[in-house]
Design a protein around this ligand. Structure first.
Ligand SMILES: [Zn+2]
Length: 474
């Protein structure tokens, strides 16, 4: 029996987070009423002329730098084809000279996936099919929304270095994290900000040949991507094993059946009659501009992992993965910067904070750091309670503590509480002071049973030992 392996390359289209579209001043926003964010340029009306959005170029360079691409002078081309969602009958895209060439994404596993290019292009409008099952085939009629027409896209093309559905998902989630960290994209796959085309072929394990590939178009969730690739790989293997062959074609993933279905024969580049866009000059970014953009890059997810594992070599990688996400990272930084033990920051960030993300209210990164720092005075369960309460409380940390009604257990208070237990258990106390370490557990147990809501075990232990030293006259 032949053993097979998958050969997968991905094309990820991400909408860039600019205020306006790529070649006109229309707002680049999701969720507007259909056809309200349009003008003669993005409707492709005769006589209108495109003007390049400098912010889109900057974001493209930012992503390219984050992917270690070579940022270069580039040019726009016209990609000619007819489709109702594209009123000009051509798409302005970059062809043989993209803004970013080469690069790589390093997966969590350490595997390196090469990047071929990351180029700029304009998005098309959106077709909505009415009637039937919502697909073009059985629809009664179709509507066109041009709000998306002209929205800036960055298309990131990987080398065919990915060898499983699982690895494809890992690649897209790492790339998504980079895109969000650079501020280039909001990464919302469910709103279409990130769409993936997968080029899939299979070959016998050990061979280096590249067999006919099939392109699966427009997958818009990680789960669907995994399912689509999984199905397609199995389909190709069984086709070859039964003596058949694979046609070069574009396929669509059908969510309901979990199958890929043929859309059309795959076009070759020369079917698109590419030629340089005569209405736009080539782009030649100044080296000083590129240097400034590179200098402003934030710490990327991979660098965040390195920083956390550097501080805590034994950290749980599950907690680290939560901590390096865009929503949680600023809280981690704030906690570490004010000097709270990194282990404590990581634990509270990956658990209590991560559960609040999106609804954190008044719990800013600074407030989170202040509250976690209180774990020197309060027990872990008290700090967790304070974090929860901080979401809806607009005041100082002291006011927050007072509002929650926790007694602030300073050293004095702790000594008093431990002293109370000591007085109630004179025999055990005498043995403890005489050096019998075995009764320590009993005494601490008594303290925690009585005062555990107000103090931590570490505080109780420290106070107990301090009192014993005093009693022994040391
Ligand atoms: Zn417009």
């Amino acid at each position: 029996m032949t053993q097979w392996e998958a050969v997968i390359g991905l094309e990820v289209h991400t909408e860039l987070k600019t205020a306006t579209k790529l070649f006109c001043g229309c707002p680049n926003a999701f969720g507007f009423e259909p056809n309200t964010s349009v003008c003669p340029v993005c409707l492709g009306l005769p006589g209108s002329l495109p003007v390049l959005n400098a912010k889109a170029v900057e974001l493209a360079i930012r992503v390219g730098s984050a992917l270690s691409s070579r940022v270069q002078a580039s040019q726009f081309h016209r990609k000619n084809y007819f489709y109702p969602d594209m009123p000009k009958d051509y798409q302005i895209s970059q062809y043989d000279v993209p803004v970013n060439a080469g690069g790589a994404v390093v997966l969590r596993s350490g595997k390196v996936v090469g990047i071929v290019r990351a180029h700029l292009e304009e998005d098309t409008g959106k077709l909505v099919h009415k009637g039937g099952d919502g697909r073009i085939g059985g629809a009664d009629y179709s509507l066109i929304d041009y709000n998306r027409s002209g929205v800036p896209l960055l298309e990131i093309v990987s080398e065919p270095d990915i060898s499983s559905a699982e690895e494809a998902k890992e690649y897209v989630s790492e790339l998504r994290a980079i895109l969000v960290a650079t501020g280039a994209s909001d990464g919302r796959m469910e709103e279409g900000s990130l769409r993936v085309d997968a080029n899939v072929s299979v070959r016998p394990v050990g061979s280096t040949e590249l067999r006919t590939r099939v392109e699966i178009k427009n997958v818009n969730s990680l789960r669907s991507l995994g399912r689509a690739i999984g199905y397609e790989v199995e389909r190709q293997i069984s086709e070859y094993e039964s003596g058949g062959s694979i046609l070069q074609q574009t396929r669509h993933f059908d969510e309901a059946s979990g199958k890929t279905l043929p859309l059309r024969a795959k076009e070759e580049a020369n079917d698109y009659r590419y030629f340089p866009e005569p209405d736009l000059p080539p782009i030649a970014p100044l080296q000083a501009e590129i240097d400034r953009i590179v200098g402003e890059l934030p710490l990327l997810p991979a660098g965040r992992r390195v920083r956390l594992f550097g501080l805590m070599p034994g950290a749980s990688s599950d907690q680290v993965e939560v901590a390096v996400t865009e929503e949680v990272w600023p809280y981690v930084v704030a906690g570490i910067e004010i000097g709270v033990a990194p282990e404590l920051v990581l634990a509270r960030a990956a658990n209590e904070l991560a559960a609040l993300v999106g609804n954190a209210g008044f719990l800013t990164p600074e407030r989170f750091a202040e509250v976690v720092a209180l774990e020197e005075r309060f027990s872990p369960s008290q700090v967790k309670l304070l974090l929860k309460e901080a979401v809806s409380f607009d005041g100082t940390v002291d006011e927050l503590v007072a509002k929650v009604g926790l007694s602030s257990s300073g050293a004095e208070d702790v000594r008093a509480m431990v002293g109370e237990v000591v007085e109630a258990n004179p025999e055990e106390w005498r043995r403890f002071v005489a050096g019998d370490a075995k009764v320590a557990g009993f005494l601490l147990g008594q303290v925690m049973r009585k005062f555990g809501k107000a103090i931590s075990g570490a505080q109780a232990k420290a106070a107990l030992e301090e009192l014993a030293r005093g009693a022994a006259g040391l």
